[in-house]
Design a binder for this molecule. Structure first.
Ligand SMILES: Nc1nc2c(ncn2[C@@H]2O[C@H](COP(=O)(O)OP(=O)(O)O)[C@@H](O)[C@H]2O)c(=O)[nH]1
Ligand SMILES: [Mg+2]
Length: 677
């Protein structure tokens, strides 16, 4: 049978929910292809992927794993994407540059919902996809039913390429529905062809016909043949499978097990014959000439900063000049093959290959690097990921203050979903990201790579206070100390403004009782008093009017009037019935609609107010829920949302207004602020 296209290296992304076995699959494929001579395991900490201390500690991928291997004379690169929602930013630049996304799933119909966002991403970018049902050793039910359960998650038909052979409730082999041949798994060896088991003949014929029907939806000639009872030849079937996969019209489905060497050889053959060529990815990204696409920037110890790139067309050479999209020039210093980390040095890499490029400090993920002098911009923009969780951090050693900021900046350069913010309001240093696991991983990296240790706390809520009543207050600052004295004397009316009014200062001074050039000092004094009100928070939505006062020709000064203004305002605020205000956010939650009623209860329990909910037009079966929620209640909202939705729900929020806090909660807030101060 003819190979699908000649000689160019292929790149395949492994995607799928956490724990479906992607990293194990990468290991098994490396082993089956002969790239490693011992098959490691994620659990034992011996796999090629998940090699960083952070991933090993969790037995879970927290970053991309990239490994290349050769199979039957061709080069392949697997890019294993972490499944956890908290580390999705790692994959943001991967999908656009691969030839095929292999969606790895558990044989568990209850996880179908998890695939929907993933298929949606592939649709958005137009990336060819296939499905691998892993852990077939644990499968109960039948594969047909599983595909029926998974189908709603996919916008294109899932086309079974295989049918399992089951003996004693165990999958021992498969029938290839295109070849119409039966095979049994042989541990440690190639699968072995057997005669079609008699009891499977009818089921095989039905499944084969169903596959042809699915393919004929996009091939009129095939449809003709089926209608006139002509059995199409094998080449037609394979040509259709290849073409319809490439054009994102179907997703072929394979199965097997990353353990027990079941289905690995078959999967490698599928890559060889059915994986689309790199031209598709090049066209998607707008790459031509000599051009590579950066899908990750990373630091690799002594190798320094590396850009992981896929060469999409032409060639990239060690030592060659690379032009960034903005025309900025840099030079490749070292090209490395990847197998977990950078391994062998190579002189050049050509279309299809994935390599790490050394010392291209300025290169950013998502950029095209041109080796032919012509700057190009990638046509695809990744989604921007807004933080959903934050921690306040404090260096354990004060000496690390400066290094902390610079090290975090480095980490944020490598991780677009990480934000580092100095809060003007609470004066805390905040790390913001995709969840607690994401931030803990970041802080472990901070310690391991930069030697900076921090402690963490829940970010403080920027409470404010305001007043209910108006009052007219006298303030006098008078001091007689030796030579010059100090004298300032004012009468100020202080009162509330409507919510959102901020701060207002006016004056009605007549007869020069307070000389004009000292009036701004009185305003400054009032503002000073508002920095920290009687409850311990900044005071907002107040107005003050200077109505009277007196001065002394020798002892009065700007400072004295500022003090007087401050005294008057401080005293006034105390007696104007101050109360606490908290920031209220407008939040929008996106979640599968099966969880909507639970989520509305969560909002109520968190003192929120539902503004409305409706079907989300961007994803069928999902709802969009709008609500007001106190800022303090948004802090760990994501944890509860995810636990209700298998990790799927997410939210965005934005400050909306300040809301009044009363009763016991207000007392607690005030007491806490007093203890902290
Ligand atoms: N029984 C069985 N377990 C598997 C198989 N593949 C992976 N696992 C286990 O499933 C767990 C998650 O695997 P891992 O490769 O880390 O999943 P990932 O999160 O998709 O990368 C690990 O404990 C693996 O040992 C398989 O084919 N059969
Ligand atoms: Mg993994």
């Amino acid at each position: 049978m003819a190979r699908n296209g000649g000689g160019k290296a292929r790149a395949i992304a492994l995607l799928g929910p956490n724990g479906s076995g992607k990293t194990s699959l990468m290991e098994a494929l490396l082993f089956t292809s002969g790239a490693v001579d011992r098959q490691g395991a994620v659990e034992a900490g011996t796999s090629v992927g998940d090699a960083t201390p952070e991933a090993r500690a969790r037995h879970q991928s927290v970053e991309l794993n990239v490994a290349s291997f050769d199979y039957m004379g061709d080069r392949y690169t697997l890019i294993d994407c972490p499944g956890s929602v908290e580390f999705q930013a790692e994959c943001d630049h991967v999908l656009a540059c691969v030839d095929l996304a292999l969606v790895v799933v558990d044989p568990d119909p209850n996880k179908a919902l998890l695939l929907r966002p993933l298929f949606k991403d592939l649709d958005r970018l137009g990336v060819p996809r296939a499905v691998f049902v892993n852990k077939i050793d644990q499968a109960h039910g039948n594969v047909g039913e599983l595909l029926e359960a998974l189908q709603p998650a996919s916008s294109v038909p899932l086309v079974a390429r295989q049918m399992p052979i089951i003996e004693d409730d165990k999958v021992t082999g498969f029938v290839d529905l295109a070849l119409e041949r039966a095979f049994v798994y042989r541990a440690g060896q190639q699968f072995e062809q057997i005669d079609m088991p008699g009891q499977l003949k009818q089921a095989e014929a039905d499944a084969h016909f169903h596959m042809l029907e699915q393919l004929s939806n996009y091939d009129d000639a095939l449809l003709e043949q089926l209608l006139s009872d002509v059995n199409p030849d094998r080449d037609t079937v394979f040509a259709d499978l290849i073409k319809e996969t490439r054009d994102c019209l179907i997703a072929p489905v394979f199965f097997g097990s990353a353990h027990n060497d079941a289905g690995m050889g078959r999967l490698l053959k599928a890559f060889r014959h059915e994986c689309p060529e790199p031209e598709g990815a090049a066209a998607r990204l707008g790459a031509e000439g000599d051009c590579a696409y950066v899908f990750k920037a990373m630091s690799a110890g002594q190798a320094g900063r590396l850009a992981l790139v896929r060469v999409l067309s032409g060639k990239v050479s060690d030592g060659g000049e690379l032009v960034r999209p903005d025309g900025d020039k840099t030079r490749a210093s070292g090209l490395f093959c990847m197998q977990g980390g950078p391994t062998k040095k190579v002189a050049s890499a050509s279309a299809g290959e994935v390599v790490a490029v050394g010392k291209v400090e300025s290169a950013r993920p998502g950029e095209l690097l041109s080796a032919d002098g012509k700057a190009r911009s990638a046509k695809v923009q990744p989604p921007r990921r807004k933080p959903v969780f934050a921690l306040a951090i404090h260096p354990k050693d004060r000496k690390d203050d400066v290094r902390l900021t610079s090290s975090l900046a480095r980490l944020a350069e490598e991780d677009a979903s990480l934000e580092v913010v100095h809060s003007d309001e609470t004066h805390e240093l905040l790390v913001c990201g995709q969840g607690e696991g994401h931030l803990r991983t970041t802080l472990e990296r901070l310690k391991r790579r930069f030697g900076v240790e921090v402690s963490t706390s829940r970010p403080r809520t920027p409470y404010k206070e305001t007043i209910r009543k108006s009052v007219t207050q006298h303030g006098r600052h008078k001091k007689q100390t030796g030579g010059h004295g100090q004298f300032g004397d004012v009468i100020v009316e202080v009162g509330p403004l409507e919510r959102g009014g901020g701060f207002e200062f006016t004056e009605r001074v007549t007869g020069g009782v307070v000389p004009r050039h000292w009036i701004p000092a009185v305003e400054d004094g009032v503002r000073d008093a508002c920095e920290r009100g009687p409850l311990g928070f900044p005071v907002i939505d107040v107005k003050a009017c200077l109505i009277d006062g007196s001065y002394h020709t020798v002892d009065s000064s700007e400072l004295a009037f500022r003090m007087a203004g401050r005294i008057a305002a401080s005293e006034a605020l105390k007696v104007c019935q101050p109360y606490v205000l908290e920031p209220i956010e407008k939040v929008t939650i996106y979640a599968p609609n099966s969880a909507t009623s639970k989520i509305t209860s969560v909002i109520s329990a968190r003192r929120g107010q539902i503004l409305g909910f409706d079907a989300w037009d961007e994803a069928s079966g999902w709802d969009r829920i709008d609500a007001y929620l106190p800022h303090a209640e948004t802090q760990d909202l994501i944890v509860e949302l995810r636990s209700l939705t298998q990790g799927l729900a997410t939210f965005e929020s934005e400050f909306d207004h300040m809301g009044e806090v009363n009763g016991r909660l207000a007392d607690e807030i005030v007491n806490q602020a007093k203890t902290a101060a």
